[in-house]
Design a binder for this molecule. Structure first.
Ligand code: AVJ
Length: 322
């Protein structure tokens, strides 16, 4: 029989929303304003991101998908029972490719646990996967995967961390996050992580300044999410999308620049927040790694690189860590 459960505990959810509000206020009150990139992914933001992944300029998704298609067999083929856990699952296109490579190997049990703090995206992928893979058992967890304390108890577990999401974290945060994951992994578990690589600056900058301006809409939508969470009245067209490669830090930075003086008021704020014309709200860092930087990160986190795969252009990498 098909067993699919989604554990959504409303109490926990309320707690998460409170935490998110605090985080937002902290960033908007800081001397250099910022909004964490996890706030991109409300319902519309997740939809915009799906569109981004299909843009000709946005190479990371195409590259990573081609690696999963070409090497899925080698990565997922040997086990008879597979317990897949996906961190920041988002839409289900990549895990579908993994499941296809597993299916073609006639593996008997496959459980899938998407972990994401967007309930809507977990529900959506669950519905889609149930249709394409009726035998699949899906047990989603709605939580912030940066604060994971435990993983589902089945083993061995394959933890998928796709999409170069790790690139969103500052080096010290990335290290802390991977150390935490490593600490809750058991012997025999593996971590499959996608990381975007350093390359020609013009290719990088085009990927974040697409001609259809979907990335611009995605960037500005973070303000709508902020309006929803904080009951604020920010008008997104008052901001300009700005994305560029910061070579010193080896990362794409996305900012929103105020086109005029702006005052933000919210029932959750003691005092209005003032934004001056030209001032920036930093919304995202997307770090690009070299092979050396990946090795160093793995080493610091006590993880071993078992295998590393590239796409044809060597623009993206998929790494198996134990
Ligand atoms: C999903 C975080 C990896 O950094 O490339 C896409 C998000 N931002 N376009 C990235 C994103 C702008 C993406 N990650």
């Amino acid at each position: 029989s098909v067993l699919s459960k989604l554990h959504v505990r409303s109490k926990e959810n309320k707690h998460i929303v409170n935490e998110l509000r605090k985080e937002l206020i902290k960033g908007l009150s800081a001397p250099s304003k910022y909004i964490s990139s996890k706030f991109f992914y409300d319902k519309f933001g997740s939809q915009l991101f799906e569109w981004i992944t299909k843009l000709p300029e946005y190479y990371p998704t195409q590259s990573e998908k081609s690696i999963i298609e070409n090497h899925g067999n080698e990565l997922f083929g040997q086990l008879s029972h597979v317990h897949l856990i996906e961190l920041g699952s988002g839409d289900c296109t990549k895990i579908s490719l993994v499941l296809k490579s597993i299916q073609s190997n006639h593996i008997s049990t496959v459980n899938y646990c998407p972990i994401d703090f967007s309930i809507s995206s977990i529900e959506k992928s669950k519905a889609i996967l149930k249709h394409s893979f009726p035998q699949l058992k899906v047990n989603g967890v709605v939580t912030d995967f940066t604060k994971l304390q435990t993983l589902p108890n089945e083993r061995p577990r394959i933890i998928c961390f796709f999409g170069s999401t790790i690139g969103n974290f500052e080096p010290a945060e990335a290290e802390a996050l991977l150390k935490n994951i490593q600490s809750i992994m058991n012997p025999g578990d593996q971590l499959i992580m996608g990381i975007d690589l350093v390359k020609d600056i013009s290719i990088l900058e085009k990927a974040y300044n697409d001609s259809q301006r979907i990335t611009e809409a995605f960037n500005k939508n973070i303000l709508r999410h902020c309006n929803t969470l904080l009951n604020t009245n920010i008008y997104p067209p008052h901001f300009k999308h700005h994305a560029f490669f910061n070579s010193d830090k080896s990362r794409i930075e996305m900012h929103l620049l105020a086109k005029e003086d702006i005052i933000i008021e919210s029932p959750y704020l003691n005092q209005a927040i003032e934004i001056e014309k030209g001032e920036s709200i930093h919304t995202e860092n997307s770090h690009k790694y070299s092979f050396e930087a990946i090795s160093e990160l793995a080493y610091k986190c006590n993880l071993t690189i078992k295998r590393l795969f590239y796409d044809d252009r060597k623009w993206f990498s998929l790494i198996q860590l134990t």
